[in-house]
Design a protein around this ligand. Structure first.
Ligand code: XCC
Ligand code: SF4
Length: 630
C-alpha cells in the first residue's frame, strides 16, 4: 500500500501530448486545435443574450439595444434559453430511459435481453400498484415496462417515481407548481413556453426549468437507472481499472462509448465468447479487450468490471493510440470528430442508433429484436480490422489505476451495515451512514458529477475538489465523467484512504471502501436522489437539512443543466464551475442563486475559482451541520 500514488493531471497531459504527436503525423484534427479556432467565444452567446427563436432576429442585447425586435428584454431571452437548454437535456436523458423501458418490454427468457434483477422489478411493480402475485416474471416485466412507457405521456397525475420523494419535498413541489407531469409534456411545455410571443417572465421560465428537470430526475433518468438494473443487474462493488493503459496492444481493442447499456452489454458478452476469442486469435491477436468511454463505460464498469479507457475529453485519445480496432457508439456525448479522426487510422467508427447518426461512420442499426446478431457482427468487424493496424502508429500509454466501482444505493446500504458498532442495528437502512455523519466521523457528502469542458484543464477541478473534500472527511459519491476522472487519478483505489482525514479514513478501512464511491452514469444521478430521499426519511430530516451538496465543476452538456435543476429542486445546493449562459440577466442570476431557495430550499452557486469553490462547499456542509447542532 505504501507505494500508492495518484496519477497527476500533468502526467495525463503528457500522455495526451504524446498522442497528439501521432495525430500530427497523420494529419488529424483534435479538440485542442478546434478550441483555438473557436476562441474567444461569442460574448452574446456566453451571456445568454442572443435570441434566434423567430426569423425577425437573431436579436442580441446590448446597452444600446436593450430589447429584441419583439420587445423581449435580456431577462426573457436568458430565461428562455435556459429553459430550452434544460428541455434538451431532459429529452436526452429521458429518451435514453424510454429506450431502456422499451428494451425491458422486449425482454424474453431466451434473450438476448433478460430480467437479471427480478426482485427490483417486483419492488417497482408493488410501488406502482401492479399486481405481482402468481405472475410470470416476463409478463410482469412487460406490464411494468408498458406502464413506464406510459409515464412519458400520461394524461393526468404526476411522475410515479415522485412517490419516492419525502412528503415534505413533494409538498414544496406542489406549492411551487413544479411537480413533474408527463415527461414528454414537460418538454413540450418548455418548447411551447419559449416559442416566440410566449413567456418572457424569468420566474415562470425558471419554474418550468425546474419542473422539466424534475421530470428527468424523478422520471426519465430514474426509469433509465431502475430498468437498466432490472435488465442488467443492480451494481455491486467490483474491481476494475481506468485510464488509457487498460487498452492492450496485442489484443483486438473495442471501445464502447455513449450512454445506453443495451448495446455495450451485448458487445461485452460477445467479446467474451470463446468462439470470438478463437477467431481473434486466428487473426493474430492474443484476445479481445473491451474498454469504455463516457457513461456507457460507467454502465459496463459497474456491472461487469469492464475497464474505463477514459472520459469525455479523452474520446479522441483512444483513437490516437492507433490500437483501437473499433469505437462503437450509441447515443450522446459522441464527438462528430470521431468520423474524420478514425479515417486517419484503421479504426472503424461504428454508429448504432438512429438518434445518433454521423458522417464517416459505419452504421449498424441496433434494435432489441436483432441485437444479438448486431453485436456479433460488430465484434467480428473489429476482429477483422486487427490486421489493418499500422504498427508504426501504435502507442498505448502504460498509465492506469485500480478502481473499485459499483456503489448503487443498495450496495452502499449493504456495505455500511455493520460498520457502526453501537446503538444502530437497523440493517437495510441508511442509518449506519447517518450515524457516521451525525457523529462527525464523516462531515458530509458531495455528489460530484458531470463532464469535462475544454474551458477547464480536463479533470483538474474534479480531482482537486475531491482531494480537498476527502481530506476534510467529506465522502464523495461520483457519477459520469467525474467518476472517471476520479478513477483515472486513483481516487477509487481503496488505498486512496490515505488521502482522507482521520474520520473518513477509518470508515474506509472499516467498510473496505474507497473514499470516492462510483455511483454510475449520468442517469444514475437518480441514484443520488434516491439516497438523499432515504437519508431524509431515515433521519426524519428534510433533504435540504442534510449536510450534502451537489457539484458539477466541469459540466458542458444540456443534460447537466437538467440535472442541476432537478438536484437543486430536490433540495440540494448545487455548485457549478462553468456558467450556464445566464450572466446576461441579473434577474435570472438572482433567481437561480438565491430566489429559488424560497421554493425548494436550495439554490445554485457558480464559482470558477477552485479554492473558493471547495471552500464554499465545505462551508455549506458545516453550516448545515451547525443548524442541526451536530
Ligand atoms: Fe457526457 Fe454522461 Fe457529461 Fe460525460 S458527464 S460528458 S454528459 S458522458 Ni454526464
Ligand atoms: Fe428577436 Fe423576439 Fe424573435 Fe427573439 S423572439 S429573435 S428577441 S424578435
Amino acid at each position: 500500500m505504501g507505494d500508492f500514488k495518484l496519477t497527476t493531471i500533468e502526467e495525463n497531459e503528457a500522455i495526451t501530448n504524446r498522442l497528439l504527436e501521432t495525430g500530427a503525423k497523420v494529419g488529424a484534427d483534435s479538440w485542442q486545435l478546434r478550441v483555438k479556432n473557436q476562441t474567444p467565444h461569442c460574448k452574446f452567446g456566453e451571456q445568454g443574450v442572443c435570441c434566434r427563436i423567430c426569423s425577425m432576429g437573431p436579436c442580441r442585447i446590448t446597452p444600446k439595444a436593450p430589447r429584441g425586435i419583439c420587445g423581449c428584454d435580456a431577462h426573457g431571452i436568458v430565461g428562455r434559453n435556459f429553459l430550452r437548454f434544460t428541455a434538451g437535456g431532459c429529452a436526452a436523458h429521458s429518451d435514453h430511459g424510454r429506450e431502456i423501458a422499451h428494451t425491458l418490454y422486449q425482454a424474453r427468457p431466451e434473450g438476448p435481453y433478460k430480467v437479471k434483477d427480478p426482485e427490483k422489478l417486483i419492488r417497482i411493480a408493488k410501488e406502482w400498484n401492479i399486481e405481482t402475485e402468481g405472475k410470470d416474471i416476463y409478463d410482469l416485466a412487460h406490464e411494468v415496462a408498458y406502464v413506464a412507457l406510459g409515464e412519458y405521456g400520461k394524461i393526468e397525475g404526476y411522475q410515479n417515481f415522485t412517490s419516492r420523494a419525502p412528503e415534505h419535498t413533494r409538498e414544496l413541489w406542489k406549492k411551487a407548481e413544479i411537480m413533474p407531469r408527463a415527461v414528454d409534456r414537460e418538454i413540450a411545455t418548455a418548447m411551447h413556453m419559449t416559442h416566440m410571443g410566449n413567456t418572457s417572465k424569468p420566474e415562470a421560465l425558471v419554474r418550468q426549468s425546474f419542473r422539466t428537470g424534475l421530470s428527468d430526475g424523478w422520471g426519465g433518468s430514474m426509469t433509465g437507472t431502475e430498468f437498466s438494473d432490472v435488465l442488467f443487474g443492480t451494481p455491486t462493488p467490483i474491481e476494475t481499472e481506468a485510464n488509457l493503459g487498460v487498452m492492450v496492444a496485442e489484443n483486438v481493442n473495442i471501445v464502447v462509448h455513449g450512454h445506453d447499456p443495451s448495446l455495450s452489454e451485448l458487445i461485452c458478452e460477445y467479446a467474451d465468447d470463446p468462439e470470438m476469442i478463437a477467431y481473434a486469435k486466428s487473426k493474430g491477436a492474443k484476445g479481445i479487450t473491451v474498454s469504455g468511454v463516457c457513461c456507457t463505460s460507467n454502465e459496463v464498469a459497474m456491472r461487469r468490471g469492464i475497464p474505463m479507457a477514459g472520459n469525455f475529453l479523452q474520446q479522441e485519445n483512444v483513437v490516437l493510440t492507433g490500437a483501437c480496432e473499433a469505437i462503437v457508439v450509441d447515443v450522446q456525448c459522441i464527438f462528430p470528430a470521431l468520423g474524420p479522426l478514425s479515417k486517419c487510422f484503421h479504426t472503424k467508427f461504428v454508429t448504432t442508433s438512429p438518434i445518433c447518426q454521423m458522417p464517416d461512420s459505419d452504421f449498424v442499426r441496433f434494435d432489441a429484436a436483432t441485437a444479438g446478431e448486431n453485436a456479433k457482427a460488430i465484434v467480428k468487424m473489429a476482429i477483422d480490422n486487427f490486421e489493418n493496424r499500422n504498427p508504426d502508429l501504435v502507442y498505448i500509454p502504460d498509465t492506469k489505476q485500480k478502481a473499485t466501482v459499483g456503489y448503487s444505493v443498495e450496495a452502499i446500504v449493504k456495505t455500511l451495515d455493520g460498520v457502526t458498532n453501537s446503538q444502530v442495528d437497523e440493517t437495510g437502512t441508511t442509518k449506519p451512514l447517518l450515524q457516521c455523519i451525525t457523529s462527525g466521523v464523516i462531515r458530509g457528502a458531495v455528489a460530484m458529477v458531470g463532464c469535462n469542458n475544454p474551458k477547464i484543464r480536463p479533470d483538474y477541478l474534479h480531482v482537486e475538489l475531491m482531494k480537498k473534500m476527502i481530506a476534510n472527511d467529506i465522502v464523495i459519491i461520483a457519477s459520469g465523467c467525474s467518476a472517471q476522472a476520479a478513477a483515472k487519478a486513483g481516487l477509487m483505489d481503496k488505498a486512496a484512504k490515505d488521502l482522507c482525514g482521520a474520520g473518513l479514513k477509518r470508515v474506509c478501512e472499516l467498510a473496505d471502501i474507497p473514499p470516492v464511491l462510483h455511483m454510475g452514469s449520468c442517469v444514475d444521478i437518480s441514484r443520488m436522489l434516491m439516497l438523499a430521499a432515504e437519508l431524509a426519511k431515515d433521519s426524519g430530516l428534510n433533504i435540504s437539512q442534510l449536510p450534502v451538496v451537489g457539484c458539477a465543476p466541469e459540466w458542458m452538456s444540456e443534460k447537466a443543466v437538467s440535472i442541476g435543476n432537478y438536484v437543486v429542486s430536490t433540495g440540494l445546493d448545487t455548485f457549478l464551475g462553468v456558467d450556464p449562459y445566464v450572466s446576461g440577466s441579473d434577474q435570472m442570476c438572482e433567481l437561480l442563486t438565491n430566489g429559488v431557495r424560497d421554493w425548494v430550499e436550495a439554490a445554485y452557486t457558480v464559482e470558477k475559482d477552485l479554492d473558493k469553490l471547495g471552500d464554499l462547499m465545505i462551508e455549506r456542509i458545516e453550516e448545515k451541520r451547525a443548524a442541526l447542532g451536530i
